[in-house]
Ligand binder design. Structure first.
Ligand code: UDP
Ligand code: MG
Length: 311
């Protein structure tokens, strides 16, 4: 194949050996009839199973499959970024490897793109098998981030979307390390559209997002798009200071106008513990921001490629 493909698919992969063949088959079934040139960029994000071997077999059979393998696990967002970095298509679609994102939506994504949209996001209607906890925690997170950050994220957004070449080039120019891609994409603007879809259950393997990872993802999202948590310190400080002032007036009154001066041990203790607690929380929050600054200033490469196939 010569020249640039019209469409690039970018797929992050972390231990998805059980899904890759089925994924390839379903993608090909959708893509081949479309009559356009395409490439499938599989980013192996430090898999420890046989994912990469499967990718190289797929490449031998079909040179449109290209694979890039990281030296270790760098994370979903970084894998997506690496895929965008090497994608050549005029349109780029990012899609998960576990078949939770139905490839059958691709023709509709392309139609909207031809209609002029620069970003076409998909909205997960309901994830079967995701569990009440994941659904409510996600709902809570999107409510919070929309309230306190200057971006507008749809609840149940997914990392299944089509990006126009223009948007991909803008995203590639971002140097920041902590990549909350959904936020960045909302932030860049352009004409954006949304398509709802029914998410399927994972076809094989299990989710790579543990509770700890989801929490890290949420904190990354909020800290990179809002300084509201820092301002909270100021507000709470003001409230605490006002109460302290009232309490000082009260203490002075007790000392000079009554006989019960020593009483009050309990209230002092409560006040000290309360202020101490608030201070610890905000030291933590400030620490989160400082650690981001530290990470960014080191300017390490975003990812390290161990091997490339088909590029
Ligand atoms: N993934 C990745 N690196 C990671 C974790 C996940 O490349 O460190 C990939 C994974 O292989 C899948 C996609 O990101 O293709 C989404 O992960 P997963 O399905 O586990 O997340 P969930 O759908 O449960 O939110
Ligand atoms: Mg999944």
């Amino acid at each position: 194949m010569f020249g640039k493909p019209e469409l690039s698919l970018v797929i992050p992969i972390h231990n998805e050996a059980g899904n890759l063949q089925a994924l390839y088959d379903r993608l090909s079934a959708v893509l081949k009839p479309l009559n356009l040139s395409y490439e499938i960029i599989m980013v192996d994000d430090g898999s420890t199973d046989s994912s990469f071997e499967i990718l190289s077999t797929l490449n031998q059979k079909d040179s449109r499959v290209k694979a890039l393998s990281f030296s270790r696990n760098f994370g979903h967002m970084i894998a997506l970024s690496a895929g965008l970095d090497s994608a050549l298509g005029g349109a780029v679609i990012t899609i998960d490897a576990d078949l939770q994102h139905p490839p059958e939506l691709i023709p509709e994504l392309l139609n909207r793109w031809r209609g002029g949209a620069k970003v076409i996001n998909t909205l997960r209607q309901e994830t079967r098998g995701a569990g009440v906890f994941k659904n409510t925690s996600a709902g809570l997170f999107y409510w919070l981030i929309n309230k306190i950050a200057r971006i507008n994220l749809p609840v149940s957004g997914a990392d299944y979307r089509l990006l126009d070449r223009k948007v991909v080039d803008v995203l590639k120019s971002f140097k920041e390390r902590s990549r909350f891609l959904r936020g960045l994409i909302s932030w860049v603007g352009f004409k954006q559209e949304f398509i709802p879809y029914q998410a399927a259950e994972r076809s094989a393997g299990k989710t790579k997002y543990s509770l700890a990872r989801m929490l890290a993802f949420a904190i990354d999202g909020i800290i990179s798009f809002s300084s509201f948590p820092l301002r909270l310190a100021t507000y709470l400080g003001l409230v605490a200071a006002s109460f302290s002032f009232l309490y000082i007036l009260y203490a002075v009154y007790i000392r000079f106008f009554t006989q019960q001066a020593i009483a009050g041990w309990a209230s002092v203790l409560v006040a000290v513990l309360f202020i101490g607690g608030i201070q610890l929380i905000f030291l933590g929050i400030i620490g989160e921001y400082i650690s981001r600054v530290f990470e960014e200033t080191k300017e390490r490469p975003l990812y390290i490629v161990r091997k490339k196939i088909g590029f």
